[in-house]
Design a protein around this ligand. Structure first.
Ligand code: UDX
Length: 431
């Protein structure tokens, strides 16, 4: 099939490359020339495992352009632009989605299908459908559930496909079945529903995941004042199949370009709809999450004394999670900058996220590796659980620094091993 993908960010670039991998002819469109240049040369503009290989594939089915008129050759048009948080409000900023659809309108007509992938406030698809249908084209909403770091495999082998279509629009479903023929052939569950349900599936999934993480982080707060161990607690409750162990890792909490802004936009939309009370609990989910960051700053103060100015703190990890260079609303970068603002000299490192961090927070002293970050430090913080940090040898790190306190913000280290090597180990919600 001939497919266009509007927006070539974390979502769109991966989607375009994966659609070509599935055998379709794909044109990716973005307004950012530097992004298009990089993608056209087979370079990923951000770190995502597996994406460079797909971009370099020699099948000739994938092109990128800034010229929106080139989409007229395609019949299926995915809208994959961002919906960030609006400045000064909790609501989603819909300018990019509206601009993308408006830009498409002159180039579509009967026989074309526009497919929304962006995460949007419920009601958006119905609103956009009127514009799209005025051209004779149709609209479907097909939310994306990909996780950064696993974006390629999540797109090629999704755990479910959701199509939001106009009631009775069998053609839109048939077209999407053709697009996703390969994953469907391996038994991927497919749910066909109305626009509102499809939009809500996405935000409610993210709200649930955020709630699960904040639940265990709330238990960490209780563990901290009772001497209990939240990791053992998570293991024990996770054995209950109704609860499950995944997404029960307590630590510095969730960040990234999705969970934080999605729960805020969901609340803002519920308030607009007059049912804000239904999602009032998400405000607590958000607060628990942000409190964990403050708690780490407090723990550093407990260790170093109230006079933080001039102290040297080593920060291992800046990305919002491992296998990503994304620092949007990253708990790690937030903690590092809160400390820097208090006059601490922060020496930070990350395998992939130094440049993305530097662009946002220049006042941190970025170091190329762990050894550089811990040299001369008074205390070490592990804030993103990259494999190389999880595998650190406490004796070796101890030879690089005179610091003997480590705060494990992801509860990912073996506490007894660090203690056995002379370190004071502190986790979050762990005795
Ligand atoms: C999320 C959803 O998982 C995905 O389905 C959706 O499409 C986009 O948003 P992503 O933002 O890539 O994906 O990251 P995810 O793996 O969900 O992690 C989100 C945050 O939660 C990270 O900061 C991570 O470190 C944190 N987290 C995750 C925890 O703090 N504890 C956990 O147990 C799991």
């Amino acid at each position: 099939m001939r497919i266009s993908v509007i927006g070539c960010g974390y979502l769109g670039a991966v989607h375009a490359a994966c659609m070509a991998e599935l055998g379709h002819d794909v044109i990716g469109v973005d307004v950012d020339q530097s992004k298009i240049d990089a993608l056209s040369e087979g370079r990923a503009p951000f770190f995502e495992p597996g994406l460079p290989e797909l971009l370099k594939a020699e099948h000739g089915r994938l092109r990128f352009t800034t010229d929106i008129s080139e989409v007229s050759h395609a019949r299926v048009h995915f809208v994959a632009v961002g919906t960030p948080q609006t400045e000064g409000s909790n609501a989603a900023d819909m300018r990019f989605v509206d601009a993308a659809v408006d830009a498409l309108l002159p180039h579509i007509g009967p026989g074309h299908l526009v497919v929304g992938k962006s995460t949007v406030p419920v009601g958006t698809a119905a609103r956009l459908a009127e514009k799209v249908e005025a051209t004779g084209a149709e609209l479907a909403w097909n939310p994306e559930f990909l996780r950064e770091g696993f974006a390629v495999s999540d797109t090629l082998t999704p755990d479910r496909l959701v199509y939001g279509v106009r009631r009775g629009d069998d053609r839109a479903s048939e077209v999407l079945d053709e697009v996703y023929r390969r994953p469907l052939s391996t038994g991927t569950p497919r749910i066909v529903t109305d626009y509102a349900t499809a939009e809500l599936v996405k935000v409610s999934a993210n709200a649930f995941l955020a709630t699960k993480i904040s639940f265990i982080n709330a238990m960490a707060e209780i563990a901290e004042v009772t001497g209990a161990d939240v990791t053992t607690l998570a293991d024990a409750i996770g054995h209950d199949a109704r609860i499950g162990r995944r997404f029960l890792n307590a630590g510095v909490g969730f960040g990234g370009g999705c969970l934080p802004k999605d729960i805020r936009a969901f609340q803002a939309r519920a308030e607009e709809l007059g049912v804000g009370h239904a999602l009032a609990f998400l405000d607590h989910v958000d607060r628990i999450n942000v409190r964990r960051r403050a708690r780490v700053v407090e723990m550093v103060t407990e260790e170093l004394g109230s006079e933080l100015k001039g102290a040297i703190v080593a920060v291992l990890g800046l990305a919002f999670k491992p296998d990503s260079d994304d620092v949007r609303d990253s708990p790690a970068l937030d903690i590092a900058s809160q400390l820097a603002l208090r006059g601490v000299k922060v020496q930070a490192t990350d395998p992939e996220a130094i440049e993305t961090s530097r662009a946002r927070v220049p006042l941190i002293d970025y170091r190329p590796n762990t050894r550089g970050a811990v040299e001369g430090a008074d205390i070490v913080l592990l804030l993103t659980e990259w494999r190389e940090f999880r595998a650190l040898n406490p004796a070796e790190v101890g030879a690089w620094t005179s610091a003997r306190t480590i705060i494990d913000g992801r509860n990912c280290l073996d506490a007894s091993q660090w203690r056995a090597n002379g370190w004071k180990y502190r986790g979050l919600g762990r005795s």
